[in-house]
Design a protein around this ligand. Structure first.
Ligand code: FMN
Length: 199
């Protein structure tokens, strides 16, 4: 891949929550998942697993729990403001099950293990980012979501995820419906967040 394509892809990556329900071909999914596996992990332990949910019934159950968190917690937050992000997130709440694929990245260990949360996360979130970048490269939209974390034990039961794994997030995948397009993410400027040599 040329440098230009790499940076085009990085700059295009953003949350896409308006997704078509059209299926994603198996070879495209395999490419996306294979990219996830190129990520670093502590000691190259590769402590990850990815549950790729396509079953309509399973997605429907996940969607119920996803919405429950929105209804009971997120929508009641005192600091919640109406914003494009909030409206987009609310759309996903009502259309979660329509995403053709929901990937649940999992990591071995974590809760109750000797590693702290940050160190544990450092061996799964690079893989999630690779997955989402690869998706952009293939024209597939995605968003990292954590609303299901509130129902983690139920999600694990439903998906048969072993006790010694925990879920890191849920990533709906689908072709953008056209309401949201790749690129144009708003970020704080470099000189506000980068400290050369010391803070
Ligand atoms: C840790 C984390 C948790 C997130 N949880 C959710 C979520 O539960 N639902 C959702 O719609 N978006 C979620 N997001 C997506 C963020 O809202 C999104 O990455 C952010 O607004 C930037 O979007 P942009 O790349 O389109 O600018 C989450 C992102 C991160 C990194």
């Amino acid at each position: 891949m040329s440098e230009i394509l790499l940076f085009d892809t990085i700059n295009a990556q953003r949350a896409i929550r308006f997704l078509k329900s059209d299926p994603i071909p198996g070879d495209v999914l395999n490419q996306i998942l294979s990219a996830a596996l190129r990520a670093p992990s502590g000691g190259n332990s590769q402590p990850w697993a990815f549950v790729v949910v396509r079953s309509p019934e399973t997605k429907q159950q996940l969607a119920v729990w996803y919405k429950e968190f929105w209804d009971n917690v997120y929508s009641k937050r005192a600091d919640r403001r109406d914003s494009p992000v909030s409206r987009s997130a609310e759309h996903l709440v009502h259309h979660f099950a329509e995403a053709p694929v929901i990937v649940i990245p999992c990591i071995r260990g974590g809760k109750g293990s000797e590693r702290d949360v940050m160190t544990t996360g450092a061996s799964i979130y690079p893989a999630v980012q690779n997955l989402m970048l690869a998706a952009v490269g293939l024209g597939v939209g995605s968003v990292i979501t954590t609303f299901l974390q509130n129902h983690e034990e139920k999600v694990k039961d439903l998906l048969g995820i072993p006790d010694n794994y925990q879920t890191a997030c849920a990533v709906p995948l689908g072709y953008p419906s056209g309401v949201e397009t790749f690129g144009g993410s708003k970020r704080r400027p470099l000189d506000e967040v980068v400290h050369w040599d010391c803070w």
